[in-house]
Design a protein around this ligand. Sequence first.
Ligand code: PLP
Length: 406
Amino acid sequence: MSIKFPIYLDHNATTPVDERVLEAMLPYFTEKFGNAASRNHAFGWEAEKGVDLAREQMADLIGADPKEIIWTSGSTESNNLAIKGAATMYARKGKHIITAEHEHKATLDPCKRLEKEGYEVTYLDPPLDGVITADMVKEAIREDTVLVSLMWANNEIGTINEIPEIGKICKEKGIVFHTDATQMVGKLPIDVEEAGVDLLSASGHKFYGPKGVGCLYVRRRRPRIRLTAIIDGGGHERGMRSGTLNVTGIVGMGAAAALCKAEMSDDAIRLGNLRNKLEQTITDQLDGVAINGRLDKRIPHTSNISFAWVEGESLMMAIKEIAVSSGSACTSASLEPSYVLKSLGVGDDLAHSSLRFGLGRKTTEEEIDYTAQKVVEGVKKLRELSPLYEMHLEGIDLSTVEWADH
Ligand SMILES: Cc1ncc(COP(=O)(O)O)c(C=O)c1O
């Protein structure tokens, strides 16, 4: 099979809409165009039927009850609603929140906003392997802790936090537990009951659904979680998120969820094998390569690799026909090294030289073989030009070099 260029290996940033998802959505743009809140006629009922099915499909993917799904515009909004909504609702109990330094900005920024409003936030410092453990959370819990917000899987390095164990501790202490599961949903099995999660964010475009639609799971029983709304209006979504529903988007996200439920286990095995092959081929042929994050606790389609003595942006130029990301997609416009890698304690040199490979449903073995070869060639070529690499070959320990300061 011939390779189609450019090769897309940035599925953590976004995924294409699956053709079967698009097919499910199309009628809702035209003949089924009704407003799901129109209770008085068939157009409204038809749209509502589509939304109800999607609610069931989404709930089924994460082990929830359909009534517990609140539709939003995506995970940024879901995180904002979860964090600000819970912190405000439960402020009487306390004003302390726990999160971690390597969370997505869509979690960190709502927390920073709350700090300005008098809340206190503990940012857990992740270990080098990137995994937040239940013990770390336990140690940070205080009398006045009302909310723990920790992502299920990290968007840059793919590591998986100890979510069920953390859920158990939060439950024991009566603390609301939110998880940003944007990168986990549809990739590996999730059960909100088993994991003791109270609030969970998901986004359609990360699992082959459309952009601009997401949801927040809000637990209704044991215990019933209440949130202060951020968007007020017509009282849609149990009053937690007003605004006419994005029916086409919601139908698409539901269809995407159903496909993931059916195909996720095969995809996970296939992509895990391809990801391992990519890493193996690269590490076999290059020295000075580090795979970031704990290897045995990662989502299967993600690999974040640092290449010593090479600059990440230059390497991206050297493999132009392959779409990958260096640093996190939302901040890669700047040349700052990734704050996620820095928070793990990865040195500036290695944080600067990292690439994230995100495999997806349509990724082929040919594409992975080609990518591995191109990366190896690119790194070798850049190192030939690098005085730092030459010094390394001469046996000079670069960490002991005293650089002239001009
Ligand atoms: C972990 C994580 N949280 C939140 C978001 C934001 O999601 P959305 O694009 O749906 O607003 C992303 C997307 O980059 C993400 O990876």
